[in-house]
Design a protein around this ligand. Structure first.
Ligand SMILES: N[C@@H](CCC(=O)N[C@@H](CS)C(=O)NCC(=O)O)C(=O)O
Ligand SMILES: *[C@@H]1O[C@H](CO)[C@@H](O)[C@H](O)[C@H]1NC(C)=O
Length: 227
């Protein structure tokens, strides 16, 4: 039956891996999860993702799939009947893909960019990040989730903002999503992480704080390259 032989290579803190966990759960697909050590990468990871050497990797039987957005579309097309993720309408599908690309390019650069800076540079880049978040506020007008009444493709794609941004804010002592100027995005962020299926899969908060503190130190000292 569909679902047999599905494996996910992941890393507990990865927001890209979380996308795949959520999609598989929404679709009701059973899978084996394999935690990868990204400091000491396994033969398995290098074999299945020799180009980027990154997680997530989805294995469907012996077919490897890489890049979380591609994997999401593959999952949606392979298990069509269960809980559609992308919209039906071609124009809406195209727009969903546009916002996904915007999220992974512009938003990722500006949000993590500000996280990698201190002092005056931090304030400047934070401002850019806030500007780049504004279109999401527009997108949420009249909706509870990006998908409408329930979480869909775009909620899963943008979900990392709900997971990481509050932690970034706490560690940096700043505000990315001001509840006064971006009330819909702020409310979405809380609602999304409170959906039981999401909440059960969030990385442990305290472990995340330790992980992100070290990540930020790496970014600031340039021992971790970004972008
Ligand atoms: N564009 C990729 C990003 C995946 C990614 O950046 N994965 C990180 C973990 S969050 C990784 O595997 N990093 C390992 C490395 O860069 O060596 C996707 O959407 O799947
Ligand atoms: C790296 O991983 C391999 C198994 O994939 C293991 O045998 C080895 O001990 C690990 N090395 C370190 C330094 O953790």
């Amino acid at each position: 039956m569909a679902g047999d032989g599905v494996k996910l290579l992941g890393m507990w803190a990865s927001p890209f891996v979380l996308r795949i966990k959520l999609a598989l759960k929404l679709k009701g697909i059973e899978y084996e999860y394999i935690e990868e050590d990204l400091v000491n990468k396994s033969e398995r990871l290098l074999k299945y993702n020799p180009i980027h050497k990154k997680v997530p990797v989805l294995l469907h039987g012996d077919k490897p799939l890489i890049e979380s957005l591609i994997i999401l579309e593959y999952i949606d097309e392979t298990w069509k009947e269960n809980y559609p993720l992308l919209p039906e309408d071609p124009y809406e599908r195209a727009m969903a893909r546009f916002w996904a690309k915007y999220t992974d390019e512009k938003l990722w650069l500006s949000i993590v960019g500000a996280f990698s800076k201190t002092g005056e540079e931090q304030m400047k880049t934070l401002n850019e990040a806030q500007e780049s978040l504004k279109p999401l506020e527009e997108l949420l007008k009249g909706k509870r989730f990006f998908g409408g009444e329930t979480i869909c493709y775009l909620d899963i794609v943008i979900g990392w903002i709900a997971v990481l941004v509050p932690l970034f804010e706490e560690l940096m002592g700043v505000t990315y999503v001001d509840p006064n100027t971006m009330p819909l995005l702020h409310a979405w962020s809380q609602e999304f992480t409170n959906v039981p299926l999401v909440k059960e899969r969030l990385p442990p908060r305290e472990k995340m704080v330790v992980f992100l503190t070290a990540f930020r130190e790496g970014l600031i000292s340039s021992s971790i390259k970004f972008p």
